[in-house]
Design a protein around this ligand. Structure first.
Ligand SMILES: *[C@@H]1O[C@H](CO)[C@@H](O)[C@H](O)[C@H]1NC(C)=O
Ligand SMILES: *[C@@H]1O[C@H](CO)[C@@H](O)[C@H](O)[C@H]1NC(C)=O
Ligand SMILES: *[C@@H]1O[C@H](CO)[C@@H](O)[C@H](O)[C@H]1NC(C)=O
Ligand SMILES: *[C@@H]1O[C@H](CO)[C@@H](O)[C@H](O)[C@H]1NC(C)=O
Ligand SMILES: *[C@@H]1O[C@H](CO)[C@@H](O)[C@H](O)[C@H]1NC(C)=O
Ligand SMILES: *[C@@H]1O[C@H](CO)[C@@H](O)[C@H](O)[C@H]1NC(C)=O
Ligand SMILES: *[C@@H]1O[C@H](CO)[C@@H](O)[C@H](O)[C@H]1NC(C)=O
Ligand SMILES: *[C@@H]1O[C@H](CO)[C@@H](O)[C@H](O)[C@H]1NC(C)=O
Ligand SMILES: *[C@@H]1O[C@H](CO)[C@@H](O)[C@H](O)[C@H]1NC(C)=O
Length: 369
């Protein structure tokens, strides 16, 4: 009995000792955690280095050889609206600075992970759900923060968000959040109205938007603008170049708030492989048969002409989209042209369907067919 009655008291003392120890070791830990600019030793021989930093950043990695790294702070990072790799808006920075990680030598042989903590209370105040937090990586051309949904992971039990499956750590990273009610991928619906209007922020960075069928835009614009897209059914075969037909029964109609402003953009236009197969293309692949053509927004019976024909790229399975780089203006009506099915070996290259201004080049290509 006397032993049992003393036990709670002993436990209490133990508990206080434990608390005291925790506080002290935590203080000591804070003292020894590296900060910005400090050199951090990385273990070699694939031993785990699990390094926390003073502000909460955590790097967890395995390296074959001994290395060192430093983390620097960039207090004026590229604005967080400029996101590529995922879509939806608006994105906001959840920190006033980004991290620049520099290894002491090139290291592409790592198994690594980066974690940045967030504050759930602060997120709630600004309308960002935990599931919409990301660690974004600055693109090599420094015009966007790249997000890869396949390598992100929100660790809600620890209040942090991370990038996993990394093989190198060199780069610049920013904690960002998307202020949407929906989580994961966000797509825009065709039509008009506020929620169907894409907002593009002016600046040096690139932004992306994707419509429900996969029609995707990457845009850099110096002045903010908005964009709508719609589907218009019915195509007059007489408006298509000779020896072509439209893959779809419809055109995409894109209009922006600044139709005459010059921008830097790229489009990805989805094609339906089953519809191409239905046209019995005699063994030809999409990359030899499909071209995106365009005519002015207001045209009613003008001709559709291939847009940037020389640089279009048909991305086959699993993407099944046609990439049009080097766009300087987006307003217009767009269709996908199919060249007439030809026996194998006589297929016209997609870029050989060109406008009258490029006839010379077309005849040049035809010689090779
Ligand atoms: C803190 O760490 C230092 C050196 O690592 C050690 O000497 C000291 O006793 C620690 N302080 C406490 C209160 O544990
Ligand atoms: C790597 O560092 C450890 C100590 O951190 C040292 O014992 C080992 O010799 C180093 N390996 C090489 C190859 O320098
Ligand atoms: C990088 O750091 C490691 C560990 O200190 C060292 O062994 C290696 O020689 C360094 N590499 C370069 C290129 O300085
Ligand atoms: C950024 O700094 C400002 C002013 O110091 C502060 O009010 C704001 O809360 C900070 N934002 C974040 C995300 O830490
Ligand atoms: C996560 O944040 C919430 C709210 O601030 C807090 O109650 C909780 O203890 C935190 N969890 C961890 C593991 O830090
Ligand atoms: C564009 O901004 C408006 C006004 O802030 C908003 O209502 C709309 O949802 C935004 N568009 C998209 C596609 O998020
Ligand atoms: C696109 O055109 C529609 C209909 O003509 C119009 O209501 C809408 O405001 C336009 N969108 C933009 C971004 O200007
Ligand atoms: C946007 O502004 C930059 C810097 O002023 C300029 O170099 C660039 O040509 C502009 N882009 C367009 C498409 O006008
Ligand atoms: C299309 O027509 C409308 C009115 O008919 C006009 O306001 C608009 O500027 C035209 N757009 C283009 C790109 O010509």
């Amino acid at each position: 009995m006397s032993f049992a009655s003393r036990l709670p008291g002993a436990l209490t003392v133990l508990f206080y000792l434990q608390c005291f120890y925790n506080v002290v070791s935590a203080q000591n830990e804070t003292e020894i955690l590296p900060g910005f600019g400090d050199t951090v030793q990385i273990l070699g021989a694939m031993e785990r280095t699990d390094q926390d930093f003073k502000d909460g950043l955590a790097l967890d990695l395995f390296s074959p050889t001994n290395r060192t790294l430093i983390v620097k702070q960039n207090k004026s990072p590229l604005a967080a609206q400029f996101i590529t790799g995922t879509t939806g808006e608006p994105f906001v920075a959840l920190s006033n600075y980004s991290y620049i990680i520099q290894m002491n030598e090139t290291a592409n042989d790592l198994i690594a992970k980066i974690e940045i903590p967030y504050d759930p209370v602060q997120l709630n105040e600004i309308g960002v759900q935990e599931a919409n937090t990301y660690v974004a990586t600055l693109s090599s051309d420094k015009t966007s923060w790249v997000i890869n949904d396949a390598t992100r992971n929100v660790h809600r039990s620890e209040n942090n968000t991370r990038i996993i499956k990394m093989t190198s750590l060199d780069g610049e990273y920013l904690l960002v959040g998307r202020q949407t009610v929906d989580t994961s991928n966000i797509f825009v619906q065709y039509g008009q109205g506020a929620t169907r209007t894409v907002n593009m922020t002016g600046g040096i960075g690139t932004q992306e938007a994707e419509f429900v069928d996969g029609l995707r835009f990457s845009v850099q614009t110096n002045t903010s603008m908005t964009m709508n897209a719609d589907i218009k059914n019915g195509i007059n075969p007489g408006t298509l170049p000779a020896n072509t037909q439209s893959l779809n029964s419809f055109a995409w109609v894109v209009n922006t708030s600044a139709p005459f402003m010059k921008i830097n953009a790229q489009m990805l236009v989805p094609f339906n492989r089953n519809m191409l197969v239905a046209l019995k293309p005699a063994g030809s692949s999409p990359s030899t048969m499909l071209t995106v053509a365009k005519r002015p927004l207001n045209a009613t019976n003008g001709q559709f002409m291939p847009v940037n024909a020389g640089v279009q790229v048909v991305k086959e399975l699993p993407e099944d989209r046609i990439q049009i780089p080097e766009m300087t203006q987006l307003d217009g009506q767009y269709v996908i042209l199919v060249t007439n099915p030809k026996p194998v070996g006589q297929t016209l290259p997609a870029s050989s369907i060109v406008g009258p201004e490029k006839k010379k080049r077309a005849s040049h290509i035809v010689k090779y067919v």
